[in-house]
Design a protein. Sequence first.
Length: 393
Amino acid sequence: MRRFPDDARRARLARRHGIAPGYRYADPVSATTAMTVLHATEAPSVHLSLAARVDGLTIGTVDDALYEQRSLVKQLAMRRTLFVFPRDLLPAAWGSASARVAATQLRSLAADLERAGSISDGAAWVEATGREVLAHLAGGRELDAATLRAEVPLLEARIVSGSGRWQQETPIAPRLLTLLGARGQLMRGRNGGHWRLARPRWTSTESWLGEPAVALPEQEGYAELVRRWLWTFGPGTETDLSWWLGSTKAAARRALADVAAVGVLLDSGETGWVLPGDDEPDPGLESWAALLPTLDPTTMGWKQRDFYLDPQDVPYLFDTVGNAGSTAWWNGRVVGCWVQDDDGVVRVIHRREPSDEARAALDREAARLTDWLAGEVVSSIFASPQARGERLR
């Protein structure tokens, strides 16, 4: 196998991910396509991830792509995570990763309904209620969750579990809407709030996209997702891929075979995978800096992260399940995070003393991001321990 060293991996991500100055993309769609998908668990991450990759970006440009042109679409998929997809990739997700999530959600919700004791056939109840929700959204209606609950009384149902002081009620509506979204039957339409907040109005997929959802067959869908992932994140290991897909290793191996992936030797001694003809290591490039938001796709693209992240820094910059907070990058490695003060000014927190060149470059990126945010302060439930100012003992 051809060797593909870590410095070449870092140079590749700088170019392909569009995060090094001089390699940024022209518009939100090309930037999203280059990244395969964007993480959308937190609403502002979409705009901030694009701002890091597109010069001259405005909030209105992103919202136009999401809600008017609909060239970028929010879809629940891999690892039961909400992503922004380029529209042409949706059929692959519907037939593979999203379908897997939907099947799991159906089994879980049906079982919980039956355990609660009031419904004998949970799956039948879910299907019937789902049909009623879709009927209320016919004709292109867009309704928020509260209005849907008012119009479909079955959505007001709650599951009671446990007993005594351990008893708790959980609403059914969010779980059912999540299931219908994973199936590709519903779409998160226009946002009812500020761009920093997620307040989606739900609508049918056919009315939102102008055509019904037609999924690719499962194997073909996984192959297409893996083909895109390999261009964006290759070389990556089988462990990286199965984690990112939220699939079994068997499914990842099959998809790698379907796209005729080529193995390369990584500095870790493991096999990394790339697309055919894409195994030439990337040349180096000039020094560069970048500031990426919480759950940015670059930071979240691999499970095995040592080639860009010092393992000693993980507890400071990631939560215990591997979710990344904001990150500061210097020459392809994470060297800290960024925070904002009450006035919206961005400041970099370094994990260790940087060189004068690195400090100056990261300060320029902080000023660029401060200008772009224009006083808006972004909060995050996934803020890292370092960003929160916590001390780990």
